[in-house]
Design a protein around this ligand. Sequence first.
Ligand code: HEC
Ligand code: HEC
Length: 302
Amino acid sequence: MNSFESVGWSIWITVASLGGVVFCLYVLFSQLKGQPKKGETISETGHTWDGISEYDTPLPRWWVSMFLILTIIALLYLALYPGLGSFNGLLNTNQAKEVLQAQEEIEERVQPVYQKYASMPITEIAQDDEARAIGQRLFLNNCAQCHGSDAQGSPSFPNLADDSWLWGGEPDQVLHTITEGRRGIMPAHNAMMNPLQAADLAQYVRSLSNLAHDQTRVVPGKKLYDQDCVACHAADGTGNQMLGAPNLTDDSWLYGSSEDSIVYGILNGRDNQMPAQKAVLSPEQIRLLAGWVWGLSNTEQQ
Ligand code: HEC
Ligand code: HEC
């Protein structure tokens, strides 16, 4: 394996590395001159600072020999180890290959652990201590940035620890959500109603979950609801898990229950996406995650 994309780069690095060494040697030898003989007067360079003048003495011998030794070490290193473009050195070290090998070893070691869960039902995974520990680690690494480390979500990121589900809480539905991802789209209604009508609607929506509401506005609100909203949120407001349309009668809110937030959503719509994990995680890892997530709201099973 070779991390250089073209021979040109490899040659360029080789020339630059060897050229650097040759240039250093050139500078060294251009400054060398013989040691002064006994009794010879040492000339001065002519540089003076505040009356202090500089002798034109040769480089100390110990310094020159150290420099030469270091040069030899550098050349030896370049011969033995990678450093000259794509040449792996006489010891044939290849760090990219070593990393790949190490990864394969880990994969081999981990595979039997995951294999155990490939066919275990999600409901059993949710009760298996080892599986839950792995599931939680996977969650913290791959999901917590959106759903929170306690899986309780935040505005626009659903709470996964309660029993209110946008797309369904059956083990297979959770597995499907994680594998394929989901996209919840609530269309904008600003072309068909004004903010006052949306506010009436918001009062009706709040009444569905017994939140404080203005009864006089609930009546026109319900009329609009029956006309524009039932197709997705159902006549009784309990939503539709095929569309990811939330249940509006419970006390679980994706965006908050305030009138402002509900009006904003009705007028401007919402477009929310759960990214598919099948390209990122293995099927076994996804099963472990589904088991852990499912277990959060099905604690009586454990
Ligand atoms: C980039 C942010 C992001 C990441 C990362 C993410 N999710 Fe999500 N997830 C979302 C959003 C947003 C939704 C809501 C989609 C919608 O509104 O329909 C969601 C929805 C879900 C749902 C459906 C909830 C329901 O009520 O039906 C599950 C289950 C879920 N995520 C699990 C996971 C797991 C497990 C991971 C880690 C592998 C993960 N998510 C990673 C953003 C994310
Ligand atoms: C085409 C289907 C569709 C229609 C029609 C629709 N909605 Fe929605 N609605 C959704 C979806 C899907 C979501 C979830 C969006 C998300 O995942 O971010 C949603 C979200 C919401 C929310 C946010 C709930 C929360 O938990 O924060 C409210 C409130 C809402 N809709 C009210 C309405 C009202 C009122 C109407 C009628 C004017 C309406 N919807 C019409 C599909 C629809």
